[in-house]
Design a protein around this ligand. Structure first.
Ligand code: SIN
Ligand code: MN
Length: 269
């Protein structure tokens, strides 16, 4: 499921692209049902500040064949290969749950700061596909992007000292370890403006690993669950493997396309 040249160009120029293709309602239902099974998994989950509400689940593809299949759907994998001009493997998969009333902010940052700073990822040949599992509106904490900000390269501040006893979690709390300074954000917003892509459940959004982004808290009664699937070039393997495997996938063979357009198994004849 290749993208047309205009979309490819728009991704490289803007650093963020709403895909023309989306997942079906049935596929979203299948993913949500699978999430219910996975949310009791505590080792790889991060909690909100209340210490109770699950903020994020990591590495779902390692526990669930449904999430594994999702990463290989043509709707996601073909554009990832095309946009990175490389064979790709799955670097990271997480689901951010942004619970009603409780889901906290994600401060301004660039993803590549984490992957370079924590894992020694050599270059910026990685991108993320975000799959909306709920309708994302202006009310339930949509992501904010500074389009074109990836063109300025990696600008984040030096990492903040780690406060959490479980070190990896400090990269997933609302006080992120790597952040883009307010000065940089203000200056780039003056030049490039802001985007808050919204859309119905099933929407797919691709974004560059250096595009500056954030999201506000969710004070609405509606959840905002999004799966984040990060694809990396097989020629861009991290040099430091100290974070857990549910955050940094070690299996780096090129992903093989799922044999079907959707998660729904084809009916038997
Ligand atoms: C992220 O930047 O990794 C997550 C942002 C969000 O869930 O809004
Ligand atoms: Mn991010």
């Amino acid at each position: 499921m290749q993208m047309d040249e205009d979309n490819v160009e728009a991704f490289h120029r803007e650093g963020v692209l709403l895909s023309p293709n989306r997942l079906s309602d049935l596929d979203v239902d299948i993913l949500l049902a699978e999430l219910e099974y996975l949310r009791d998994e505590t080792e790889s989950s991060a909690l909100e500040a209340d210490g109770r509400t699950v903020r994020a689940l990591h590495g779902c593809h390692r526990k669930s064949s449904v999430f594994d299949a999702l990463t290989r759907l043509p709707t996601l994998l073909s554009p990832a290969v095309q946009l990175l001009s490389a064979q790709v493997y799955l670097y990271q998969l997480k689901v951010n749950l942004k619970a009603p009333f409780v889901g906290d902010v994600w401060p301004w940052h660039q993803d590549y700061s984490f992957w370079s700073g924590e894992d020694g990822m050599p270059s910026q040949r990685a991108l993320t596909a975000a799959v909306f599992l709920d309708d994302v509106t202006e009310f339930n904490g949509p992501m904010y992007f500074i389009p074109r900000s990836h063109q300025d390269g990696c600008l984040d501040q030096p990492p903040l000292p780690v406060k959490d006893p479980l070190e990896w979690q400090s990269n997933f709390s609302s006080t992120l370890r790597y952040q883009t300074s307010a000065e940089h954000v203000a200056e780039m917003v003056r030049r490039f403006g802001l985007l808050a892509p919204k859309g119905p459940r099933g929407t797919v959004l691709f974004f560059h690993c250096n595009v500056v982004h954030a999201s506000p808290s969710n004070v609405s009664p509606a959840p905002r669950r999004i799966v984040f699937i990060t694809y990396n070039s097989t020629e861009n393997l991290p040099r430091v493997l100290r974070r857990p495997e549910f955050l940094v996938e070690r299996y780096a063979e090129p992903l093989k396309l799922f044999p079907g357009e959707s998660l729904t198994p084809a009916p038997r004849l």
